[in-house]
Ligand binder design. Structure first.
Ligand code: F6R
Length: 576
C-alpha cells in the first residue's frame, strides 16, 4: 500500500507544502512516514507530521507507509538509502524476490539497515551504477525484480527524479514550473489538471524542466497528457470531531449529487452500462470489503428484476469463477486501486470478458481498465471506514435496478435519511448500552444479509469488537452455540421477510439481548427497537446500514478508539 510523492521544480518550494501533499495520501497507510531532500533525511513512526521550519528545496521524495515486510519502526520507514547514502528511494508495492537479491548484494559487501523488501532497491542501483548508466540499470531492474513497484529515486549530484512502475499506481503531475510524481492525483490536483498516468513496465526521468518516458527496454515513448476534468478540494473536518461522522452526515447530499449526475453528465455512460447489462446472459460482480457487500446488495436487486447475477470476493476470484468471452464483469471499488480487484480484472480480461466498473476515485486504475465506468460522486472519503461511499454504491445499484424495473422511490431516500438523523439520540442510547461487549452478532436475510455483514465490518474495524454478520438461516448450523445469556444480537428485520423474525426469536430464547432494527410498527413498546418508518425493503435496508454506521461511531467514541485511522488498516489496499 503506502503513498509516495516526489517533487522537482525550477523554483524552490517549501518542504512543509510537500509534506501537506504527502498527508493527502495517508489513506494509503499511516504506520510511519519519511522524506529526504538536499541531504536531510527524516524517518519516523506514526502519522505524517508537517515540519514547522521554513526549509525550501527544489527536489524532495516523501513516503507514508503501511507495513508489509518489517515491523513499524523508524528504521523500516522510507526513504531507504544505499550504503554510500547517495541513492534514496521511496517504494510502494512488494519486491517478491528481495531475500534472494539481498543475500546476493550482502555477499558483495552491501550492508542493510532495515528489515524491509524495499531497501534492496537502493542497494541494487548502487551496485548496478558501478558498471552502467542509470537508464541501463533501470532496464536491468525490470528484468531482475519480481513483484509490484512504484518507485521514486534520487541520486546525489544528479538533477533528476527517476520514477519506475509495475502494477502499483504512479502518475506524473505537470505544473507550470514543477513536476509531481505521486501514487495518485490527490497529491497534486490542487496545483495542476495536467498529468500522465504510468502504464505497467514504464519509467520516466524527470528533471526540473523536462521529462521523458521509456518502456522497460529503455526505448523512448511518447505519452499523451491527460487533462483532469475534476479538481480535488481538500476536505476538512469542519465542526465535526471526526471525518467518519462528517461523512455519514454528508450522505443525503452525496446521494442527491449522484442522482443528479446520472440524469445529466453520467447519462450517456449509464445508458451504455444498462445496454451491456441488458444484452448479457450473466453479470459477475467483483469487489472487496464493503464494496463486496455492496455487490451482494446488487446481486439481490438484479435477481429481483430478472438479471442473472453473481458476485465473488476479488482475492479468490480466479479460483472460483469461470468466465468466457460472453461474460460481463462489474468491478465495484471506492478507490479504484484495490490490487485484488485489479488482478481479478486482469484475469477477466484474459478470458475475454467485458469490464464495467463502479468507482469513486476518478482516473483510478480500475476506471481506466473499464469499457464503461460509472462514478458514485461521493467526493473524497477521508475516514478509513467506508460510509458515504458504501451508501452511494448501493444507491447507484438501486438506481440501475430501478431502471431495469425495480419499483422503488429512489428520490425519497435523502429525506428519509434526514429523518433518521433526528433519531440519533436513540442510537447513542443503544451505543451506551452495548459499548463494553466483546462479541456481537448481526442477523439479516435476503437484502438484509449484506447489510448485516457491512455493519459487522464497521464494528470490527472501528470499535475493535468481534462482530459477525450472518444470514439468519445459517445461524442454526453452528454459530448459535456461541449465544449465551446477554450476548448482543442486532437483527435487521424488514416486514417483508418474516423468516428473520423466527431466527431472532431463536436466539432470544437462548438468552440473547436483541436490538431490533425494523419497519414493523407492531414491535413498538419493546426495549432496544430502532424503528425505521419506511415500507420499502430496499430503502429500509439502506437506512438500517446508516443506523449501523452511527452505532459504530458512537460505540467507538465511548471506547476512545482512533476513529478515522483504525489500527493496522489503510483505505486503499494496493497489495495482494
Ligand atoms: C471498510 C473498507 C474496506 C474497503 C475495501 C475495498 O470500511 O473501507 O473494506 O471497502 O478495502 O476497497 P475499495 O472499495 O477501494 O476497492
Amino acid at each position: 500500500m503506502c503513498g509516495i510523492v516526489g517533487i522537482i521544480s525550477q523554483n524552490r518550494f517549501s518542504v512543509k507544502d510537500s509534506l501537506q501533499r504527502l498527508k493527502k495520501l495517508e489513506y494509503r497507510g499511516y504506520d510511519s512516514f519519511g522524506y529526504c531532500y538536499d541531504g536531510h533525511l527524516k524517518k519516523q513512526v506514526g502519522e505524517v507530521v508537517i515540519p514547522q521550519n521554513g526549509d525550501l528545496t527544489n527536489k524532495i521524495i516523501c513516503h507514508t507507509r503501511w507495513a508489509t515486510h518489517g515491523g513499524v519502526t523508524d528504521k523500516n520507514a522510507h526513504p531507504h538509502l544505499s550504503c554510500d547514502k547517495k541513492i534514496a528511494i521511496v517504494h510502494n508495492g512488494i519486491i517478491e524476490n528481495y531475500q534472494e537479491l539481498r543475500s546476493t548484494l550482502e555477499k558483495t559487501g552491501h550492508i542493510f539497515t532495515s528489515e524491509t523488501d524495499s531497501e534492496v532497491i537502493a542497494h541494487y542501483f548502487e551496485e548496478k551504477l558501478k558498471s552502467m548508466d542509470i537508464r541501463s540499470a533501470i532496464v536491468e531492474f525490470f528484468k531482475d525484480i519480481h513483484g509490484e513497484f512504484a518507485i521514486v529515486m534520487t541520486i546525489q549530484g544528479d538533477n533528476n527524479l527517476y520514477a519506475i512502475k509495475r502494477d502499483s499506481p504512479l502518475v506524473l503531475g505537470i505544473g507550470n514550473d514543477t513536476y509531481y510524481l505521486a501514487s495518485d492525483i490527490y497529491a497534486f490536483s490542487d496545483a495542476t489538471n495536467n498529468c500522465i498516468f504510468f502504464e505497467n513496465d514504464e519509467f520516466a526521468i524527470v528533471s526540473d524542466s523536462d521529462y521523458q518516458f521509456y518502456d522497460k527496454k529503455g526505448n523512448k515513448i511518447t505519452k499523451t497528457i491527460q487533462q483532469l476534468g475534476w479538481t480535488q478540494h481538500t476536505e476538512d473536518k469542519q465542526d465535526y470531531d471526526h471525518f467518519m461522522i462528517k461523512e455519514i452526515m454528508e450522505e443525503p447530499t452525496v446521494i442527491e449529487r449522484l442522482i443528479f449526475s446520472l440524469k445529466n453528465e453520467q447519462k450517456e455512460n449509464l445508458n451504455k452500462f444498462l445496454e451491456i447489462i441488458r444484452s448479457s446472459k450473466k453479470i459477475t460482480f467483483v469487489a472487496a470489503g464493503s464494496s463486496y457487500h455492496a455487490s451482494l446488495f446488487g446481486v439481490y436487486l438484479f435477481h429481483k428484476v430478472g438479471v442473472n447475477a453473481q458476485t465473488l470476493i476479488a482475492s479468490e476470484f480466479d479460483n472460483y469463477v469461470g468466465l468466457d468471452d460472453q461474460s460481463v464483469v462489474i468491478a465495484i471499488s471506492q478507490s479504484g486501486e484495490t490490487m485484488d480487484v485489479i488482478e481479478a480484472l486482469k484475469y477477466a480480461k484474459n478470458k475475454g470478458a467485458r469490464i464495467l466498473s463502479i468507482v469513486n476515485v476518478p482516473y483510478s486504475t480500475i476506471q481506466r481498465m473499464s469499457e464503461v465506468s460509472l462514478n458514485i460522486y461521493a467526493g473524497q472519503e477521508v475516514c478509513v471506514a467506508a460510509t458515504k461511499t458504501f451508501i452511494n454504491q448501493v444507491v447507484l445499484l438501486m438506481y440501475i435496478a430501478h431502471l431495469l424495473g425495480l419499483d422503488v422511490d429512489v428520490e425519497s431516500l435523502s429525506n428519509h435519511i434526514e429523518n433518521l438523523f433526528k433519531t440519533k439520540d436513540k442510537i447513542i442510547q443503544i451505543a451506551e448500552e452495548i459499548y463494553k461487549v466483546d462479541d456481537l452478532y448481526i442477523l439479516g436475510r435476503g437484502i438484509g444479509y449484506p447489510i448485516a455483514r457491512e455493519i459487522a465490518l464497521k464494528i470490527k474495524e472501528i470499535c475493535y469488537i468481534h462482530a459477525e454478520g450472518m444470514m439468519g438461516g445459517e445461524l442454526k448450523h453452528g454459530t448459535i452455540a456461541l449465544i449465551e445469556e446477554g450476548t448482543v444480537v442486532i437483527s435487521i428485520m424488514p416486514k417483508s421477510n418474516p423468516a428473520i423474525y423466527s431466527n431472532t426469536k431463536e436466539v432470544e430464547a437462548r438468552g440473547a439481548k436483541i436490538i431490533r432494527i425494523t419497519n414493523d410498527i407492531s414491535t413498538t413498546g419493546e426495549i432496544n427497537v430502532m424503528h425505521i418508518k419506511v415500507e420499502d425493503e430496499t430503502i429500509f435496508c439502506i437506512l438500517s446500514t446508516i443506523v449501523g454506521q452511527l452505532l459504530t461511531y458512537y460505540v467507538a467514541l465511548k471506547r476512545g478508539n482512533p476513529i478515522d485511522k483504525p489500527r493496522n488498516l489503510a483505505k486503499s489496499v494496493t497489495v495482494k
